[in-house]
Write a protein that binds this ligand. Structure first.
Ligand SMILES: Cc1cc2nc3c(=O)[nH]c(=O)nc-3n(C[C@H](O)[C@H](O)[C@H](O)COP(=O)(O)OP(=O)(O)OC[C@H]3O[C@@H](n4cnc5c(N)ncnc54)[C@H](O)[C@@H]3O)c2cc1C
Length: 407
């Protein structure tokens, strides 16, 4: 009889573990509401049509010798090795048994209970979110083109606000800027002088996990791109028509994208497994959840107390790879070594064909770094199909511009 192994999630951690796990040893079931793996790092590019949605996802059913179940795990009963799950579509509930469990459920966007954020802002985590943003961006330009609207109304539709100066907020603002520069001028002539992009960041600077010089460089480039960066500022309230900022100012807006931080999922929040005050499962150096015998956890939803790693795709991926290999070894009675994190650094796109690289060997910015950024992500894409689609999308955008059809 094979060992029953259940993996929760289809993100970076889970997908990397699945690539390693030996299906001759384990009967593998994957439970996740999302039936595809998503390269989140390229998600901002889909919000304005630089890339198409299907180019950056990989169906989980392409993974051989595993059973996929499209559901949420609602409750982990670690005493009886049972999972209570709910069908993501019909909401029908069912139970699953496991011998071994890998939890890689990531995190959710944190709205910090600020009034109106959940209702009126747009999050950017999933393909469905990016799709909603793309529709809304185009709607803003179409609405601003309706005859008879006042100047004030036009300016409101064309005021794009991004909350959060981390990589997601910065990359979205950068993509929006490229769209405005390269496509809006041609497709919506006459609107360019009424557009305003505002980036609101609570901290002193943008991209605070990057080298200080790279953060400064980003501020300089954003200034040149006429992105209005408001540092040391935070949103206190959002209504259907207005955004209120802590400095007392308030303004109308067309779109608010919220990328101001993450928090634990409901599953981890309600779990009885050991977790810290940031709602992350506490794991040891073998990625096993503290105090358990057969529950492992990886990626954004975890933390090793004496060795916190950056909350990135890279961490989740290397943990998944390590865990898949380790579980194969353990099943064969072999010894395993503790997980060692190798920091490969970070990359970010900042618009106008410029990117940042913050690695141990190289800290750079500009056009050449942008070429490097693109080549890294092409190699990171899982399948040949995705690589071809992404290269084709970039070529298509360069030659024909972004498609502004709305549907
Ligand atoms: C827009 C965006 C851009 C980013 N850009 C970068 C970047 O450039 N570089 C970088 O290193 N990192 C980037 N990140 C962060 C990176 O995506 C995460 O660090 C990484 O995805 C973490 O992997 P994970 O496996 O822990 O979780 P995720 O990849 O988030 O996967 C979580 C999975 O769990 C599933 N799930 C959730 N709840 C349940 C449940 N109850 N039951 C079952 N399944 C569940 C989800 O559907 C999903 O499949 C970005 C993130 C975003 C949102």
């Amino acid at each position: 009889m094979k060992t029953k192994l259940v993996v929760l999630g289809t993100g970076f951690g889970a997908f990397s573990a699945l690539k390693e796990l030996d299906s001759d040893i384990y009967e593998i079931k994957i439970v996740s509401p999302r039936n595809h793996f998503l390269i989140t790092c390229l998600l901002p590019s889909t919000t304005v049509g630089t890339l198409e949605f299907r180019s950056i996802i990989e169906p989980i059913r392409n993974v051989k010798n595993v059973t996929y179940i499209q559901a949420f795990c609602k409750h982990i009963d670690e005493t009886n090795n049972k999972l209570q799950c709910v069908d993501a579509d019909t909401k029908k509930e069912f139970t699953l048994d496991y011998d071994l469990l890998i939890i890689s459920v990531g995190e959710v966007t944190n709205s910090y209970n600020i009034e109106g954020v959940d209702k009126y802002s747009y999050f950017l985590r999933e393909v469905a979110d990016a799709r909603k943003i793309r529709i809304k961006v185009i709607d803003c330009f179409e609405n601003a083109s309706i005859p008879g609207i006042t100047e004030e109304e036009k300016k409101s539709y064309l005021r794009f606000v991004v909350c959060g100066g981390g990589p997601t907020g910065v990359e979205f603002a950068a993509e929006l800027h490229d769209f405005i520069e390269e496509d809006v001028r041609k497709k919506y002539p006459g609107l360019e002088n009424d557009i305003e992009v505002i980036l609101i960041e609570a901290g002193k600077t943008l991209l605070n996990s990057f080298d200080a010089k790279l953060s400064e460089y980003t501020l300089k480039i954003f200034k040149r791109q006429k992105i209005n960066v408001m540092t040391n500022s935070y949103i206190t309230k959002v209504t259907e028509n207005e955004i209120f900022v802590n400095n007392g100012s308030h303004f109308s807006y067309g779109l608010l994208v919220w990328a101001a931080g993450n928090t634990g999922t409901e599953l981890i929040r309600n779990s009885t497994l050991p977790k810290n005050n940031r709602i992350k499962l506490v794991i040891d150096h073998y990625l096993k959840v503290n105090g358990t015998k057969n529950v492992y956890a990886i990626g954004d939803c975890t933390e090793i107390p004496d060795e916190p790693f950056p909350v990135t795709a890279q961490t989740a991926q290397s943990q998944g790879k390590y865990l898949g290999k380790s579980l194969n070894k353990l099943a064969k009675g072999k010894e395993i070594k503790p997980f060692k994190y190798k920091d490969l650094g970070m990359l970010a796109y900042i618009g106008s064909h410029k990117a940042l690289a913050n690695t141990n060997q190289y800290k750079g910015s500009g056009f050449v770094t942008w070429l490097f950024w693109r080549s890294v992500y092409v190699t990171k894409l899982v399948s040949l199909k995705n690589k071809i689609l992404v290269l084709f999308d970039w070529f298509k955008t360069f030659v024909f511009g972004r498609d502004v059809s709305n549907f």
